[in-house]
Design a protein around this ligand. Structure first.
Ligand code: XUL
Length: 515
């Protein structure tokens, strides 16, 4: 028996899974929902909803408290952490945590008789963490791009044009608006490297997968890019942890976890990566060929890339592939948030959402199109102030359900052409991927069969697979055990559907451009 632990700190929850890599089975798992389990933070969806002008932050102490809660709950349920041989994790991308210089020292002397939150609270140089949903830094993006000679240069160096949610522009805003707190900051971590540091009991590196989502890392050199760093904020290089390969070991787990939860003192920690790079591993898509759509708070479309290739329109990104090489990613902010908004408006349950609405309406929705941008969208970067319909009037719940889904996946199709891949099959993951109606919609819009994997939670599974890979297990062997499509659940496109969507894609794009 060989057990590994994977953790995933996503927008709305912190989840854990334990894999037995010899037997190829999931042996335990649990999850803490920030809004439901830690209501005192007043962040029902995992972030502060009162931010102005596109500012979206979360409380890093909530994440820290969730870690104690999750491990305590699992231990209480009988999980024996002493058998875990390695641990790694996955974090929502781009979010950043600002820590005083005492962070490292504090981590080395954590006492198991207290909790993480009360011991780490004093280390925060900034009380809140900007997360990936933040769109408040367009001014800083322009300043960074101008300082290095334009967005083409930012993109050729970092794999993305300067992007509002990326960490560099967020750091620049902090540097400009809270210069004293910036000066007091000793180290800036991503969500992933922050958690990895807590587990290792010392400040650890940022991996190439998540590091590429900062507009600070030089993609070719896999090191901080001096021009980008200097264009972002004074003295930043000294505040950044090193960049490292995703498979880097960071030593045995901190004694805090040994004493409090019974981990073995020789349990190895592997640095964490971003949720999308971890999902690439969990989906068995580390080698080029598989296209994945992840349906979470955000919807993303990603694939491993043989060579880095950037999006001429500036929406797509190139990140490091945790297995080596590169991956492409396109992120759509209005994922489950938009689907939930429609469900809530009409008080629908999942079966209504899935079946009745789609069977009651024709493919193409009689020409009714919707831009489902409840929140300012990332791809395309547009703020419509809410959903926009192509026809006026009161639309029925059924037509609205179809409209939100057709809008989401037509938008995805319209913005993924630059990848230059013509998938023969699409693999889907994330909470909403279990919904057959959504799976059918994706199959119809893209005109290819859609598959789901046997085990849910590809980011968490991918994190656990990375823990095993980092300690010597062959990735192909792990994929053959944990990344297999669920038998009998392939969804084929309906006859004639693709042709209808082929005919709609130009008018959908024109509809976007009218806004
Ligand atoms: C990717 C992105 C989101 C977050 C969500 O660039 O911003 O998918 O990683 O957790």
């Amino acid at each position: 028996m060989s057990l590994v632990l994977g953790l995933d700190s996503s927008t709305q929850s912190l989840s854990a899974v334990i894999l037995d890599t010899d037997q190829g089975i999931v042996v335990a798992g649990d999850s803490v929902n920030f809004g439901q389990d830690l209501p005192d933070y007043g962040q029902p969806h995992g972030y502060d909803e009162s931010g102005l002008r596109g500012e979206i932050h979360a409380n890093p102490l909530m994440w820290v408290e969730a870690l104690d809660l999750l491990l305590g709950r699992m231990k209480g349920a009988g999980v024996d952490f002493s058998k875990i041989e390695a641990v790694s994790g996955s974090g929502q991308q781009h979010g950043s945590v600002y820590l005083r210089s005492c962070f490292d020292e504090k981590l080395a002397s954590l006492s198991a008789s207290s909790d993480l939150k009360s011991q780490l609270a004093g280390c925060l140089a900034r009380q809140s963490s900007p997360i990936w949903m933040d769109s408040s830094t367009s001014g800083e993006c322009s300043e960074i791009a101008a300082a290095v000679g334009g967005n083409q240069i930012v993109c050729s160096k970092s794999g993305s044009v300067a992007v509002a949610r990326f960490t560099g522009p967020q750091i620049r805003k902090f540097f400009k608006t809270e210069s004293d707190a910036y000066a007091e900051t000793g180290v800036i971590h991503l969500v992933s490297s922050f958690f990895a540091s807590i587990l290792a009991g010392k400040s650890v590196a940022i991996d190439h997968g998540d590091g590429a989502g900062m507009n600070l890392m030089n993609l070719a050199e896999k090191e901080w890019d001096r021009d980008l760093v200097n264009a972002t904020a004074d003295g930043l290089l000294e505040k950044l942890p090193p960049c490292a390969l995703s498979s880097t070991k960071s030593g045995p787990v901190s004694s805090y976890f040994v004493e409090k939860y019974g981990f073995s003192p020789i349990c190895e920690t592997i640095i964490w990566s971003g949720d999308n790079p971890c999902s690439l591993i969990g989906m068995g898509a580390a080698s080029p060929g598989k296209v994945v759509i992840s349906l979470g708070t955000s919807d993303t479309l990603f694939a491993a890339m043989p060579e880095p290739r950037t999006d001429p329109n500036g929406f797509g990104h190139v990140f490091g592939n945790p297995a080596g090489g590169y991956m492409s990613l396109i992120c759509f902010k209005n994922g489950s948030l938009a689907r939930e908004a429609v469900k809530k408006k009409f008080d629908l349950d999942w079966s209504a959402f899935e079946k009745e609405a789609l069977s009651a309406t024709p493919i193409g929705n009689d020409g009714l199109m919707m831009l489902p941008f409840y929140e300012p969208e990332i791809t395309p970067a547009i703020d419509t102030g809410g959903p926009v319909f192509s026809k006026e009037g009161d639309h029925s719940p059924e037509a609205t359900v179809r409209a939100v889904m057709e809008g989401q996946f037509l938008n995805m199709r319209a913005h993924s052409g630059w990848l230059g891949v013509d998938p023969e099959r699409i693999y889907i993951t994330g909470g909403a991927s279990e919904n057959d109606g959504i799976a059918q919609m994706i199959a119809n819009v893209f005109g290819v069969p859609v598959d789901r994997l046997d085990v849910p939670g590809s980011a968490t599974i991918g994190a656990a697979m990375r823990a095993a890979h980092g300690t010597g297990t062959d990735l192909a062997e792990l994929e053959s055990k944990f990344s297999q499509p669920k038998e009998g659940r392939t969804i084929a496109p309906e006859v004639g559907a693709k042709e209808i969507y082929d005919g709609m894609i130009d008018s959908f794009q024109a509809f976007i451009h009218q806004q």
